[in-house]
Design a protein around this ligand. Structure first.
Ligand code: CU
Length: 457
């Protein structure tokens, strides 16, 4: 392993960088698989039992930031490269090391599971609108000593979603093939709808025996009951229904045409005409592929825009930063709803209005470095009614780091291949200047950082 070349113990590395890890708290921070615990989340749990230093040696930066394993979406065609899947390629600089990509049968803590139906539960720290979740598992006969690659993984389940917030679908039932046993890796991917990114979480499991089996092939699920419409506006309606046993997902029909498939027990239909009646039915699709009868018909009449606007929209939710620099905060929040529609949002910084936008995001710029700001957002309805303010979001901009000209800046997680550093060369890192002591190829992860070894002084 490359760490040995440096002749350093991991403990000294951990101590030398322990103070600098503040990037975590303001990062994009969106979510992780809580049960069974994903590798990164296991690290954050272990931090509380084995202590920071030991957990850091084992897991790296993820122990303070298990919700930031973020990388471009589009897996398996796109997304993190082979060998960098478990670290989500450093989480777009939010984790900025690749410790999670280490391999070996005994390298990671495993959760015992049975094959057959398993439930995977997510924890969302910012419940972005969501396209889908997809789950992959290592194939029979994979080699746990090799870097984890696409060729080792096969799709074992997909959970469809309607682009609404992730928070209405926390737990997913996924079928683990019965021909797996012993150590396997499950990769859970959460595709966010309103950003170009997804979250990649690997889960280390030990498949012990066969558990809950799929329902027999010939049995179709029961039809969905208690289908209801709510939050009806001039252009949208929300349908909900009761959960059906052994249903993998549900198909939603509007006027006899399929308009969506969802894993959750709700569906938001949009682009409707005002003052118009629509009839809806829902059917359940079983894990065995069988389809239920359609539910009873529910008729929904959309609102008329002639109606007087006498209601306030719901307050915007989960205001957070998608990236904070020494002079900017990239805000994002969850949509508000109103029966006639939301006209726009108003963004307040420390109580003063700084923007009006139709989007659910706003990048505030020209801020002071290392300064605390409090943001709130409110929604304004088409008729001009204002919502309550969102919960305040407090964020501190990064300290200013000035890089003198002619000095290379060493940045974690930005190396796509090793870079040559020549003895005597000056290097800037986290606002401090270093000199290269030994000419070497630098691999760019945290153990190769200036201050963490004898390669720089
Ligand atoms: Cu976000």
């Amino acid at each position: 392993m490359k760490k040995n070349i440096l002749g350093l113990t991991m403990a000294t590395l951990a101590l030398s960088i322990g103070v600098g890890l503040t990037a975590a708290d303001e990062a994009m921070a969106h979510g992780y698989v809580e049960s069974p615990p994903a590798r990164g989340y296991q690290g954050s749990l272990d931090k509380n039992t084995m202590g920071w230093t030991q957990a850091y040696e084992m897991y790296g930066n993820v122990i303070t930031n298990p919700q930031s394993l973020e990388a471009p979406k589009g897996f398996p065609q796109a997304g993190p490269a082979d060998g960098r899947i478990a670290s989500a390629n450093g989480g777009l600089g939010q984790i900025s090391d690749f410790v999670l990509d280490n391999t070996g049968v005994n390298r990671w803590k495993k959760t015992d599971i049975k094959s057959g139906m398993n439930t995977f539960t997510w924890k969302y720290t910012a419940p972005h609108s969501t396209t889908k979740w997809h789950y992959y598992m290592t194939k029979q006969g994979w080699n746990p000593d090799q870097p984890l690659a696409r060729k080792d993984l096969e799709l074992i389940g997909t959970v469809a979603h309607d682009n609404s917030a992730a928070s209405n679908n926390l737990s997913h039932k996924i079928n683990v093939p019965t021909d797996r046993s012993g150590y396997n890796v499950i990769l859970a991917v959460w595709d966010v709808a309103d950003t170009p990114n997804a979250f990649y979480n690997v889960i280390d499991v030990n498949v012990k025996s066969n558990g809950e089996v799929l329902p027999p092939v010939e049995v179709a699920p029961e039809k969905p009951t208690n289908v209801k419409a709510s939050e009806v506006t001039t252009s949208s309606a929300k349908l909900t229904w009761n959960k059906v046993n052994d249903a993998k997902e549900y198909n939603v029909y509007r006027n006899n045409q399929k308009v969506g498939t969802v894993g959750a027990i709700q569906f938001n239909d949009s682009n409707l005409k005002e003052n118009t009646s629509y009839s809806y039915q829902v059917e359940a699709v079983g894990f065995n592929g069988k389809i239920s009868e359609k539910s009873n018909i529910v008729t929904v009449k959309t609102q008329s825009s002639e109606v007087e606007d006498n209601q306030k929209p719901t307050a915007p939710t989960s205001v957070h930063s998608m990236g904070t620099t020494d002079s900017s905060v990239d805000l994002m929040w969850g949509k508000s709803t109103h029966f006639l529609g939301v006209k726009h949002y108003e963004v307040y910084r420390d109580g003063k209005k700084v923007a009006t936008t139709e989007k659910t995001s706003f990048k505030d710029t020209a801020l002071k470095a290392n300064t605390k700001y409090t943001y709130t957002v409110k929604a304004i309805s088409l008729g001009g009614n204002a919502s309550d303010l969102s919960a305040p979001f407090v964020v501190t901009t990064k300290p200013k780091e000035e890089v003198p000209s002619g000095v290379r800046e060493w940045k974690l997680g930005t190396f796509s291949k090793p870079e040559l550093y020549t003895a005597g060369e000056k290097v800037q890192y986290k606002g401090k200047e270093y000199k290269v002591t030994i000419t070497h190829n630098n691999y760019g992860d945290i153990t190769w950082a200036p201050g963490a070894n004898s390669l720089f002084k």
